[in-house]
Ligand binder design. Sequence first.
Ligand code: GTP
Ligand code: ATP
Length: 213
Amino acid sequence: MTVLDEVGHSAALLRALQRELMVYKFGIDELMTKLRILSEEFDFANQHDPIEHLASRVKSPEAILDKLARKGLEPGIEAIKEHIEDIAGIRVVCPFVPDVYLVAEMLGRQDDVEIVRTKDYIAAPKPNGYRSLHLIVRIPVFLSDRVERVKVEIQMRTVGMDFWAAVEHKLFYKYAGTAPADFAHELRAAAETAADLDARMTALHQRLQGGQS
Ligand SMILES: Nc1nc2c(ncn2[C@@H]2O[C@H](COP(=O)(O)OP(=O)(O)OP(=O)(O)O)[C@@H](O)[C@H]2O)c(=O)[nH]1
Ligand SMILES: Nc1ncnc2c1ncn2[C@@H]1O[C@H](COP(=O)(O)OP(=O)(O)OP(=O)(O)O)[C@@H](O)[C@H]1O
């Protein structure tokens, strides 16, 4: 039985959710365009492009209802819109750590992007070693009859952090509690190795930028 069955949702709720998800997709489209413009502008000027690659996803209805249930909330459109902040998600992967903060700053300076919340898991990594800069932003989506301000989660990280997070997500993220205890130590150590690599590559890049050999 899926979570959709368990919550006994109505067909009406699912239909309403599908309509909402379309608007979140438009929010992603707007922000992806902004990020692509920044990236292309750096390329065009032959400057170091702080964006290595971009990814996005709209959370599936099942994952949304699953998360709502994990939070102990009743299924309903209002609860979903208020409490699930990562329905629309973008990931910005950058070559170097300073690039992450540069892209965040450039987005924050745009008039129509409202930064709702910032969580800096680079400055303060999670206990398992997870590193990323998370922004929850609000962006206006202009529809035929109204303007909707949708929340989008932007996860910003280096290639090294992304490698660690992608593998960790596959292995453990959704299975918290089941991993053997010594895995925690190994995971943290691997995250520190990735952070060390980031620091070394950033130092090399800064030497090149400074014109040193
Ligand atoms: N791979 C991996 N991804 C993580 C981890 N922690 C957070 N994330 C990702 O980042 C998203 C948001 O995480 P947080 O900013 O910590 O959000 P939160 O405080 O847990 O709040 P919720 O989004 O309500 O769960 C998650 O949905 C994951 O996609 C982690 O330990 N490993
Ligand atoms: N902001 C994001 N941008 C791009 N991809 C994301 C983002 N957040 C999650 N993903 C990816 O979307 C896929 C589905 O993730 P899903 O929404 O089920 O869970 P989650 O967001 O990682 O965790 P949670 O259920 O705790 O919110 C995963 O591969 C995940 O890495």
